[in-house]
Structures are given as structure tokens and as C-alpha cells.
Write a protein that binds this ligand. Structure first.
Ligand code: S3P
Length: 448
């Protein structure tokens, strides 16, 4: 099955000497939040650098359905006229969030404390993902939900007419859960508190503060305690979305595993809650440097320079780092195949409930390409073969998962035989310019 009806198989052939500059698109997490918070502010929010991938475009359509005016200007600037906290209108139709877990979960939070009902659906991948992790805390605010078994989509939420604020300890390390609770807390009177054991990406907290909400984070013995004061008037913002470290991961990793490569990936956000992959790659011996380090829009940013790294070593990735690189394990497993020794990844159960079961999807494809992978419920180990020794030569299944498709395309850039995926269409959800951008660096990607 494809994201868009007709699957497009793709093949990646071995290349050397990737070079040039890779200007990756805007950050997906920040793009969703810009549209949603813009829709909850009073007045016009202007956004440049928005990721125009399918996931984010679905969120833009959803914000229109809830009553915000969302337009794209010719120069690529997006304008959102918000309806204010608690001002969402009841949508006429079903809200289709496509492939996007972030989109649907954050929007469910944002509407759950408004006196309206909305029905949400998505593609086959999204409709199989767990939603009780969102509807459970939303019920505490007073919202009702009716979904399929296991709380899966399609699902209807009847928002709380008189919401009450809550204190909630997240049962899984998830910025989506934390953010859904905070967005719901915006329209509840008093203080909503979220406690998380491990720090997850903090874009919602930073952006809520930027929009004028009263929000604090305390580091306590039990973890991180985030306190939001409800019913603020959010002030519209001018937002320049930084480039996405999760997209930067693909050209960076491609350069590390291909002989003679030297690639610059400029303007990448290095927020510590997102940059775990780059730390890990450096520990493995990657020739990856940060140039021109600076602060932009309150976020640490640098230009990344990645060069061919023939002497990569397998390492044990600290489980405490998992949340800061949760989307990057698939492409890390590709780099691990070219390292010497084992790369051990533990504490990563969440990978099994992403757009696909990412441990299973990568392990199956890597094995088919001649790489030994062991796995258990919340761990996996890749035994690297060293540079020049990874066979490849298989067709891997992308399972409606953009990051799986792109990871296998990176794998094929360094393997002896080409690597194919059954369907490359999911790539458009987060990185619509992946093919031309990689081709521009010298990659040989072919649509079969
Ligand atoms: C995201 C959080 C992560 C991540 C997803 C984006 C976000 O999911 O995998 O791609 O923008 O909040 P979880 O919070 O469920 O781990």
C-alpha cells in the first residue's frame, strides 16, 4: 500500500564523493506548533521557513477547519489569523491528519477544552497508532472520546465545555503527549502541570513562552515539572522556523559512509533535546564538526560539516539519550552497519509505535542486505561490517514510513549492491525535496 495510491519503488546506487551544501527544509515539530499556536493567538502570526511537507500541510488544513485563516503568500511566507484560546469553531467535516502523529495528537489536545466535537482520521499507518496516551489525559480535563478498539483512529472527541486543569505524569517519554496536555491546559482555568521523567523535545514550552503564556520548567528529583497558567491571551508572533536536525541526519549520515565525501548542512537547530544523533555519531568517530555556532530565535544553531569517516566504531548508545534522537535511530542503524563492532541501542520501546515498528522495519531490511541485527522489545544491536563490506542488494519495505524509506536510500549509497525500497512516496510527508537535494550532492537515486 502507498501513501498516495500508487507506490513508487526507488533504488539507491553506490556513490563516492558526495559534496556541496544541503539546505534541508524547516523543522517539522516547530512547523506544526507554529500553525497550531498561531491559530490559538489573537491576530496574525507570520511564519517563514515552514516545512511544506504533507504532514504540516494537513495541520494547516485542520487549522482552517477549526476557524483560523491560514494562507501562503507567493514568497513562501505563511500567515495565520488566529481565533484565540478557546475560540476554535466546530469543523464541518472529518479532520484527516494523513500520516502525522504529531499533527493529530497536538490538535486533539488543542480542541479538547473547547465546547465542540471533532472526528479525526489518518492513513493506514496513523490509524494503527496508539491514541489512548492522548485521550486518557484529555479525559481528565473533561473531554470525552470515542475511537476504535485500543483507542485508535478514526476517533471523535467531544471537548469539555467546562474544563478543569490537571496535573499529569506522562507514562511514556513523549513530547506529543506533553504538548497535547499543555495545549489542552491553555483553555482550562488555573494551572496545568505536566511531569516527565526524561526530558523530551521542549519546542512547545519555548514557543508557548514566546507567544506570551506563563510557563515554567523545574528540574526536580522526579524529573521535569512544567507548569502552565491557563487562559492567557496568546500574542501573535513572527516565526523563522529553523532547519530540521531530523532531516539533516540523512545528508550527514550519507556523507559519513561514502568515500571522499564532504558535505555542509547549514543552519541546523542543535537544541539539546534534539541533537542526540550528532553526539552519538561523534562518539562513533564520525568526522562531523559544528561550524559558525550561533543562537537564532533562542535556539542554538550551527552549520554541520560531515566528511567521509572510514574508521567508525560501534558504541553503546546511552538509553538516557533516546528521547533526544528518537527519530534518528533508523538512520543511525545504517551508519552502524558501516562501523566496526556492535552498536547497541537500548531503552527504545517507543520506536515500535512510530509511523511503523521502526526496529522491525530496519532490522528486516538490514538483514536482507547482509547485516546481522538482533532485537528485543526495547533494544536492538547492529553488528557492523566496516566500510566497504556491506553487501546490500535487497528490496526493503518502507511501511508508509518516510524515515524508513530515506534510511534505506542512504544505506544504498554505501553498499556494494544497490538497495531498493518498495515505495518512496512517504518521503514527501517530511522531506519533499529529499531526492533533488541528495542528487545535487551526487547521490544516484532512481525511481524504478
Ligand atoms: C514529535 C515528538 C516525537 C517524534 C515526532 C515529533 C513532536 O514523538 O517522534 O516525530 O513534534 O513532538 P513522541 O513525542 O511520541 O516521542
Amino acid at each position: 500500500m502507498s501513501a498516495h495510491g500508487t507506490p513508487i519503488p526507488m533504488t539507491s546506487h553506490r556513490v563516492t564523493g558526495l559534496s556541496g551544501t544541503a539546505e534541508v527544509p524547516g523543522d517539522k515539530s516547530i512547523s506544526h506548533r507554529s500553525l497550531i499556536l498561531g491559530a490559538m493567538a489573537v491576530g496574525e502570526t507570520r511564519i517563514t521557513g515552514l516545512l511544506e511537507g504533507e504532514d504540516v500541510l494537513d495541520t494547516a488544513k485542520a487549522m482552517q477547519a477549526f476557524g483560523a485563516e491560514v494562507t501562503r503568500e507567493e514568497d513562501g511566507t505563511w500567515s495565520v489569523f488566529g481565533v484565540g484560546v478557546g475560540g476554535f469553531a466546530e469543523p464541518d467535516g472529518v479532520i484527516d491528519c494523513g500520516n502525522s502523529g504529531t499533527g493529530v495528537r497536538l490538535i486533539m489536545g488543542a480542541m479538547a477544552t473547547c465546547p465542540i466535537a471533532a472526528t479525526f482520521t489518518g492513513d493506514a499507518s496513523l490509524n494503527s497508532r496508539p491514541m489512548a496516551r492522548i485521550t486518557d489525559p484529555l479525559a481528565l480535563f473533561g473531554a470525552q472520546s470515542h475511537g476504535r478498539s485500543g483507542g485508535r483512529l478514526p476517533l471523535t472527541i467531544i471537548g469539555a465545555a467546562t474544563p478543569v486543569p490537571i496535573t499529569y505524569t506522562t507514562p511514556v517519554p513523549s513530547a506529543q503527549v506533553k504538548s497535547a496536555v499543555l495545549l489542552a491546559g491553555l483553555n482550562a482555568p488555573g494551572q496545568t502541570v505536566v511531569i516527565e521523567e526524561e526530558a523530551t523535545r521542549d519546542h512547545s514550552e519555548r514557543m508557548l513562552a514566546g507567544f506570551g503564556a506563563e510557563i515554567t520548567t523545574e528540574h526536580t528529583n522526579g524529573g521535569y515539572k512544567i507548569t502552565l497558567t491557563g487562559q492567557p491571551e496568546l500574542k501573535p508572533q513572527t516565526i523563522a522556523v529553523p532547519r530540521d536536525p531530523s532531516s539533516a541526519a540523512f545528508p550527514v549520515c550519507a556523507a559519513l559512509i561514502t568515500e571522499g565525501s564532504d558535505v555542509l548542512v547549514p543552519g541546523i537547530g542543535l537544541n539539546p533535546t534534539r541533537a542526540g544523533l550528532f553526539t552519538t555519531l561523534r562518539e562513533m568517530g564520525a568526522d562531523l564538526t559544528y561550524e559558525n555556532e550561533r543562537t537564532e530565535g533562542g535556539e542554538p544553531v550551527a552549520d554541520l560539516r560531515a566528511k567521509f569517516s572510514p574508521d567508525l566504531k560501534g558504541i553503546e548508545v546511552p538509553p538516557a539519550r533516546a528521547a533526544s534522537m528518537i527519530d534518528e535511530y533508523p538512520v543511525l542503524s545504517v551508519v552502524a552497519a558501516f562501523a566496526d563492532g556492535q552498536t547497541v541501542m537500548r531503552g527504545v520501546k517507543e520506536l515500535r509505535v512510530k509511523e511503523s515498528d521502526r526496529i522491525d522495519a530496519m532490522a528486516t531490511g538490514l538483514r536482507a542486505c547482509g547485516v546481522a541485527v538482533e532485537d528485543g522489545e526495547d533494544w536492538w544491536i547492529v553488528t557492523g561490517l566496516g566500510h566497504g563490506n556491506v553487501p546490500g542488494g535487497a528490496t526493503c519495505v518502507s511501511h508508509l514510513d518516510h524515515r524508513i524509506a530515506m534510511s534505506f536510500m542512504v544505506l544504498g549509497m554505501g553498499t556494494t549492491h544497490p538497495v531498493s525500497v518498495d515505495d518512496g512516496t512517504p518521503i514527501a510527508t517530511s522531506f519533499p525535496i529529499f531526492e533533488p537535494l541528495m542528487a545535487n550532492l551526487g547521490a544516484d537515486l532512481r525511481r524504478d
